[in-house]
Design a protein around this ligand. Structure first.
Ligand SMILES: C[S@@+](CC[C@H](N)C(=O)[O-])C[C@H]1O[C@@H](n2cnc3c(N)ncnc32)[C@H](O)[C@@H]1O
Length: 380
């Protein structure tokens, strides 16, 4: 399977596509093309292994296995049955199917899922006399069926789990940012990987931890307990072990790197320290209790501030967010001339209170909430 050229689609949270595309280009994954919701690229299965191991902002890497015109149930069943599913699943393995349909004659996703499952199971039964189990939790293979304008695309999930669940997190905090989104915030900020980076609302420290992993060249996939492709019958264990060991060797120990996270909540800081230790960057991220209303970092430091500010909807209903945003904005103007900021804020009038001048705005979706990432350099 390795020499074969496949089409992959790395999915991401809405708005993250530009930085995911940059990552994919930096990994030299060929023929990449940005779409809404993700980025296509091509290659053999080794390209999927590399993507799962190294991409920081992707949620899943799907591999296309079949695409066909599909206006009725019979075609869906017959075309699905033609796919050599035994390349991806053992006859006694667990299977989960997930379907989406838009502007198509077959419109009920549950029905599509059922027919795709039937076709896969029937193929196994006819070929081997055995059949896979249908298994929502802990399935060995995830299959995605996507219908759009009566064209069906069938894909297998090479990741096997959402990649934002890296595996380093011990504590969630109260409103944790997904690891993939934290990595996207750092990438959008344009951080150079050397300057000090501060998160004055760090919560469980997702942003400083992801920044530390980037600066140390630690592949995020090294934390994973196993990817979907590792269950495939033809999986090349030797090549995979070699690729992981090469990734381990790429780890750097950046000298004099200063990463700081502060939060007013003492419990969060205790948890954040455990998270950083679990990610292996406990000695690179300094975490302390502090109130962002008194934020006063060193002047002239040319640091980066990357942070996810409190949202009224999810937490901190009890605090006056307008005053907090205003005071934090004042602190930025007073102490942070020349700093770069990337602030993830809820959509709405609160962001005006920060008083940032002509920030670059990116629309991102965080846990179902529409957000703005405001990127700016603090001018005198
Ligand atoms: C949206 S959460 C940040 C979540 C974080 N990015 C994570 O991944 O866990 C906002 C954080 O701001 C903190 N916070 C609220 N008011 C604060 C203040 N005045 N000073 C410092 N931190 C504050 C809350 O305790 C909360 O942890």
């Amino acid at each position: 399977m390795s020499s074969q050229k496949n089409i992959f689609f790395a999915t991401c949270a809405p708005g993250v596509e530009p930085v995911l595309h940059e990552e994919i280009r930096a990994l030299r994954l060929p023929r990449s093309e940005r779409q809404v919701g993700g980025v296509y690229f091509e290659g053999g299965i080794e390209a999927a292994r590399r993507a799962n191991l190294w991409l920081r902002t992707a949620i899943r890497v799907l591999m296309r296995v079949q695409r066909f015109a599909c206006g009725d149930e019979g075609t869906l069943y017959a075309e699905t049955k033609r796919v050599p599913w035994e390349s991806f699943l053992r006859a006694d393995g667990g299977l989960v199917v997930d379907a989406q349909s838009r502007d198509s004659s077959l419109s009920h996703s549950r029905f599509i899922e059922q027919r795709v499952k039937d076709a896969i199971v029937d193929r196994f039964r006819e070929k081997t006399g055995r059949r896979p189990n249908v298994d929502r939790e802990g399935a060995d293979l995830g299959v995605h069926a996507h219908l759009f304008r009566d064209r069906c695309t069938l894909s297998v999930d090479t990741s096997g789990h959402a990649l934002h669940r890296r595996g380093w997190r011990k504590h969630q905090g109260r409103a944790p940012l997904a690891e993939t989104l934290a990595a996207a915030v750092v990438k959008f900020s344009g951080w150079d990987g050397r300057a000090p980076l501060l998160d004055p609302f760090c919560g469980s420290a997702t942003i400083p931890i992801e920044a530390a992993l980037m600066a140390a060249g630690i592949a995020p996939g090294l934390f994973s307990q196993g990817f979907g492709f590792e269950n495939w019958p033809g999986h090349d264990t030797k090549a995979w072990e070699r690729e992981k060991s090469e990734a381990h060797q790429k780890r750097r120990s950046p000298k004099r790197l200063r990463l700081y996270g502060t939060d007013r909540d003492k419990q969060r800081i205790g948890e954040a320290r455990e998270n950083a230790a679990s990610a292996g960057v406990g000695d690179q991220v300094e975490l302390e209790v502090a109130d962002a209303r008194e934020f006063a970092p060193r002047r002239g430091w040319n640091a980066w501030i990357a942070s996810n500010l409190p949202y009224g909807e999810r937490i901190d209903r009890g605090i006056d967010l307008e005053v907090l945003y205003e005071r934090f904005g004042d602190a930025l103007r007073t102490h942070c001339e020349g700093y770069h900021v990337a602030l993830l804020c809820p959509l709405g009038p609160l962001t005006k209170r920060l008083g940032l001048r002509r920030p670059e705005r990116h629309t991102l979706l965080n846990g179902g909430l529409d957000c703005r990432l405001l990127c700016a350099k603090i001018d005198p």
